[in-house]
Design a protein around this ligand. Structure first.
Ligand code: D9A
Length: 410
């Protein structure tokens, strides 16, 4: 199915086939045989809870890998409590506020969640045991971030995202703190310089860019479940209720609101580029680059796109694989960011209320992501038409090969 979606993009089909047969930077670096039982459980939970991201975590160098794996699972557990609408507020608030203390409690788990990732709560003992096996420098960071995030989630479990400032604060609590925590783990591992962990402004932007992209992309999914994360200060300029954008007669105002929020999110790109330019370790670079390039591609796909109000807009698997294989250097992520920024710039409607602001941040990001070789697109070896014909042939042979052979021999 992913191959068919990319049939008119030969470079994506080529990348999908390369990825299918094991190409790519993300090679898990540990053998499960030498692991403790609880550690093996944790990597299984990691592979269960994160789609493509688990492999990138398992490709991290040294003891940073296990620290990030456990950090990811602890955050997934906290996130699952926050997302679970069946947990009454009077039970959820104290659980979020004291969650960081559970890391030191060998007996604690939670078995009443209905969420899809509930396993990380039901077997929290295994995750907490692995947490306690980590070096002190990692434990301090993970516990501190859990405490701050738990309190932030409590704040917004009891109030809405009204102002754009609230939006930045909410995204700081659920994503900025992840960027800050990871950056402190990178520095603590000494695979990256101390400045990476100290510059919390840039680390926070790494989280805000990803979270704002998810919130923009997931408008319909959240709206249908009664969740509202778009800032009222922005959407109330275009509608009297956020759910109004679900109705096609409000499409124009919906697109104007969508484009304004995407323009807001694009203001984090300069910090993202500065953050990435400070990284030295290849496994850390890949780990940080992949989600950021996926986010800029998702924003370009969502920009001025009516589909955002009808379904969850996703980038093609082929596109994602190409970016995953390419996002291994500053030059290539600058190219990916400038290509998608240019795409947004080209599709900015002249009558869009945010058009001027959009064009301004697009030209800033183009400036900052200008690469020596401006047009670093993947060199396609064969003219696209031949490529697609060739692939069509391979696919037909692949699916009808046996019948054709049977027919020839009969
Ligand atoms: C991340 Cl430890 C996340 N979030 C992501 C994934 O990337 C960030 C959750 C836990 C951890 C890390 C991430 C990766 C690398 C560096 C980072 C960083 O900061 C320096 O976080 C800022 O989305 C969730 C938050 C955005 C809330 C932080 C990427 C990820 N992608 C999913 C796809 C998807 O759409 O969710 O998880 C996946 O590939 O499965």
């Amino acid at each position: 199915m992913d191959l068919l979606k990319s049939i008119t993009h030969p470079d994506e089909v080529y990348a999908l086939l390369k990825f299918k047969f094991g190409a790519g930077p993300t090679k898990p670096k540990q053998d499960h045989a030498s692991m403790t039982k609880t550690a093996r459980k944790c990597y299984n939970y990691l592979n269960q809870t994160s789609r493509s991201f688990a492999a990138v975590i398992q490709a991290l160098d040294g003891d940073l890998r296990h620290a990030v794996c456990i950090f990811y699972l602890v955050l997934r557990a906290l996130d699952t409590v926050e997302d679970d609408m069946t947990i009454p507020l009077k039970e959820k608030i104290p659980m979020l506020q004291t969650f960081h203390e559970k890391l030191e409690d060998p007996t604690w788990n939670y078995t009443k969640s209905k969420e899809k990732d509930r396993i990380v709560l039901e077997d929290f003992q295994a995750i907490a045991q692995e947490f306690r096996s980590l070096a002190e420098c990692y434990r301090v960071v993970i516990a501190d971030i859990c405490k701050k995030m738990g309190h932030g989630m409590c704040e917004f479990a009891q109030r809405d995202v009204l102002t754009n400032k609230d939006w930045d604060l909410y995204c700081h609590y659920v994503a900025g703190l992840v960027g800050i925590g990871l950056s402190r783990l990178f520095s603590a591992s000494e695979l990256e310089d101390a400045i990476v962990g100290e510059d919390t402004e840039l680390a926070n932007s790494m989280g805000l860019f990803l979270q704002k992209t998810n919130i923009i992309r997931d408008y319909l999914e959240d709206s249908l479940e009664g969740r509202e994360f778009w800032p009222k200060e922005t959407w109330s300029k275009y509608a009297s209720k956020l759910s109004d954008f679900q109705r096609s007669q409000n499409l124009t105002s919906g697109l104007h609101c969508l484009n304004e929020l995407i323009t807001n999110a694009l203001h984090h790109v300069p910090d993202v580029l500065k953050y990435m330019s400070r990284l030295h370790n290849q496994s850390v670079f890949n780990f940080c680059a992949i989600p950021q390039v996926m986010a800029i591609a998702t924003l370009a796909e969502c920009y001025n796109n009516p589909k955002v109000f009808r379904s969850v807009v996703k980038i093609r698997k082929g596109q994602a694989v190409i970016m995953m294989l390419e996002a291994t250097s500053m030059d290539s992520i600058r190219t990916i960011i400038s290509n998608h920024s240019r795409q947004i710039g080209k599709s900015t409607p002249s009558n869009d209320p945010s058009a001027e602001l959009t064009r301004k941040i697009v030209s800033t990001n183009l400036e900052l992501s200008h690469t020596a070789s401006a047009q670093l697109t993947t060199p396609s070896y064969y003219p696209p038409l031949y490529m697609s014909l060739g692939i069509m042939l391979v696919l037909i042979l692949y699916s009808y090969g046996s019948q054709i052979l049977h027919y020839i021999h009969s």
